[in-house]
Design a protein around this ligand. Sequence first.
Ligand SMILES: Cc1cc2nc3c(=O)[nH]c(=O)nc-3n(C[C@H](O)[C@H](O)[C@H](O)COP(=O)(O)OP(=O)(O)OC[C@H]3O[C@@H](n4cnc5c(N)ncnc54)[C@H](O)[C@@H]3O)c2cc1C
Ligand SMILES: *[C@@H]1O[C@H](CO)[C@@H](O)[C@H](O)[C@H]1NC(C)=O
Ligand SMILES: *[C@@H]1O[C@H](CO)[C@@H](O)[C@H](O)[C@H]1NC(C)=O
Length: 543
Amino acid sequence: MLYSGFSILILLLPFLLSLSVSASLEQSFLQCVSLNSQQSVPPLSVCSQNNPSFFPLLQSTAQNLRYLDPSVPKPQFIFTPLHDTHVQAAVICSKKLQIHLRVRSGGHDYEGLSYASEIETPFIVIDLAKLRSVEVNIQDNTAWVQAGATVGEVYYRISEKSNVHGFPAGLCTSLGIGGHITGGAYGSMMRKYGLGADNVIDARIVDVNGRILNRSTMGEDYFWAIRGGAGGSFGIILWWKLQLVSVPEIVTVFTVPKTLQQGATQVLYKWQQVADKLDEDLFIRVIIQVTNDKATKERTITTAYNALFLGDSNRLLQIMRKSFPELGLTPKDCIETSWIKSVLYIAGEPPKTPPEVLLQGKPQFKNYFKAKSDFVQVPIPETGLEGLWKIFLQEESPLMIWNPYGGMMSKISENEIPFPHRKGNLFKIQYVNPWQAGDKHETRHIEWIRELYNYMAPYVSKSPRAAYVNYRDLDLGMNKKDNTTLAQANEWGNKYFKNNFNRLVKVKTKVDPGNFFRHEQSIPPLASAASFRTKKSKRSPKY
Ligand SMILES: Cc1cc2nc3c(=O)[nH]c(=O)nc-3n(C[C@H](O)[C@H](O)[C@H](O)COP(=O)(O)OP(=O)(O)OC[C@H]3O[C@@H](n4cnc5c(N)ncnc54)[C@H](O)[C@@H]3O)c2cc1C
Ligand SMILES: *[C@@H]1O[C@H](CO)[C@@H](O)[C@H](O)[C@H]1NC(C)=O
Ligand SMILES: *[C@@H]1O[C@H](CO)[C@@H](O)[C@H](O)[C@H]1NC(C)=O
């Protein structure tokens, strides 16, 4: 009996071993998390690759479909904390079990860094989607918001308590407040109030030792770094404390399109000269796309002037007549509305959409895309614009958004927070090239945007050619798994952060010298900058 039982075991051994190798990582992680967190009710679980819910969960907030492609490495499992203490435990246990961890709030990272990794295998995802409380305190004009809440939920909860309070963060309402603010967070009130990160007054973060720190316990250097130094380098933000700003009961929005046939080039040349100097209550961005001209049926360029004015339409029309008559804004272009409804308008929701849609907390649209950014300091001449239209007309459905600076953005110094793009910038350009599933020309679409970027070099900021870190672009350079020098990291670091990069490296060296929180473009610590090494895992990746 004993003998035969033994031989069956021997026969089964390779099978049992192969099962236990992957099962044990999940189990060890869960055991460790329960041991290390104060809240273990309800029972915790992780979602592994073989679970039918794995893919729906992985894709739930993933915004760039390129990074869900089967060829892209997937996390070994996804852990969804239900309480702050589970996040602490996840850090402690990932460190103990030496598994690489990625953290996701809203999943909008342009290069999918919150849920995909080309350089680290295996890895796991800590998804903060269930940590999304928003506590608004109108008496002291503040709100404590949990990292997994979307900006739309934050706006809604503020508007629920007051129609004269707001917060100046992103235009797209499905952004996760957790990742969004770490990189700056601009929106249609930036010319009046600056960035989301400029309006953060406290935070709670889980550091590399699994402790929860706030502003006073982390210290001012650490607090400086997390407001603009970008996500995934310094710890896991659990909560942000926001300083609310005042908004008028009535605001005005408009969208005025101009095609090439309607003089788009000349109007845009004028916009470049005035957009950063207009009244701070006025934000006019330009959305530039290829469209079909209604009369000729030919492809043309449409420049749509999409605006928020913090005031009524009478005052807006006066300002426009004086400063930007070339646009020809008329009273019937102007829509007077509440601030919360202006959020829906700017986000492109159909008219009459109820604000409650903001509580869905999910992206409305997703596609495959590659994007880049630039800052412009001198108006681009009309000949430069004409060359740009030629390149645009060669591609299927490219998009650019030109975003005005000036106002409060010029008053805040370059080193107040790590986000350095302040005085001297007229506007920022975002280039996006999207495509649909099954498109065979993916490589061509990516090449196209790189060529466009080359074309723009003479017209944009130089040394460094600056970029917005929240529009993450791995073309600018990335950390290698085993060996990244500080000089290499400085290539992209300087573009995103200018002189603030060195201070970010110093803070990183102090708070995470072992480089536990890392990714393709995380801030490297000094000591390990020359050897960006992770302990080799015996587990083989499962994809
Ligand atoms: C459709 C779209 C519209 C956008 N519009 C705007 C806009 O109007 N204004 C603007 O400024 N930006 C905009 N962005 C860019 C956006 O700000 C960044 O993509 C931002 O990083 C998104 O945050 P997230 O939490 O949704 O993303 P995630 O992908 O979850 O995270 C982004 C990065 O931060 C890290 N991270 C996530 N959560 C945390 C956390 N809690 N603590 C520490 N690190 C964390 C991730 O690991 C990753 O590296 C837009 C992006 C998209 C796709
Ligand atoms: C910060 O944390 C410390 C220690 O937990 C606590 O005593 C202090 O009250 C906190 N500060 C704020 C503003 O919450
Ligand atoms: C890392 O790269 C530098 C130069 O790029 C080289 O001198 C060094 O030997 C490399 N180290 C390792 C561990 O590969």
